[in-house]
Design a protein around this ligand. Structure first.
Ligand code: 5GP
Length: 189
């Protein structure tokens, strides 16, 4: 997706040769026009898969997931990183190691929003070592629903997340694939 790659080159900032800061359009300030285009592209890519639910993780996956859900006409479930007293239903959780925060956290979804009839599309902002996506796959497995694909806005292809997901037979679509962030320069695949 050229528009996204151009935006990464224009506004992305490389930190320590392996982390890309995109707080100008995705992680802090959000560009709704770009998010709409991303949603359209995910929806077109997965339209044949009869998706019934989209799942993402708070907070940066929400914008691309909601635009995709709007176009596919399906609800978007946001896996919570912190449960609150309002989450009174029966819950399903998975443990995730955060690459950027370098710590473990638990993601949680209310069981009432998923059933064995669901065909799930997982959407997230970044794919690095695949931990967030694997956590969501664990939740889907526990709920006995099928995962029809994973849509990623920015994949860091020099990390092994894609390999871990394809080993499990998952259909992944990444809109921008970064080969390297070496020398603080973004190089696409
Ligand atoms: P993974 O779980 O695949 O190891 O890492 C993906 C998650 O970590 C994403 O949800 C994202 O929040 C965060 N992440 C990983 N790498 C980066 C990065 O280079 N930049 C930003 N902004 N977030 C990242």
């Amino acid at each position: 997706m050229n528009v996204l790659e151009e935006r990464i080159l224009q506004d992305g900032v490389v930190l320590n040769g392996e982390v890309l800061k995109v707080d100008a359009f995705l992680n802090h300030q959000i560009d709704p026009v770009l998010m709409q285009k991303i949603g359209e592209e995910f929806a077109a890519r997965f339209t044949d898969k009869k998706i019934t639910k989209i799942i993402t993780i708070e907070s940066s996956g929400i914008a691309p997931a909601v635009f995709t859900g709007l176009i596919l006409g399906v609800p978007v479930i946001v896996a919570k990183k912190n449960t609150s007293i309002t989450m009174t239903d029966s819950l399903v959780s998975a443990n995730v190691y955060s690459f950027t925060k370098q710590q473990h956290y638990t993601i949680t979804i209310s069981k009432k929003f998923l059933s064995s009839d669901d065909h799930v599309l997982i959407i997230d902002d970044f794919l690095a070592n695949g931990q967030a996506a694997l956590g969501l796959l664990d939740i889907c497995e526990e709920m006995d629903c099928s995962v029809s694909g994973v849509g990623i806005v920015i994949e860091k292809s020099f990390q092994d997340g894609r390999e871990k997901l394809t080993d499990k037979g998952i259909d992944i679509y990444s809109m921008a694939r970064i080969k390297s962030l070496e020398n603080n320069t973004v190089t696409f695949m």
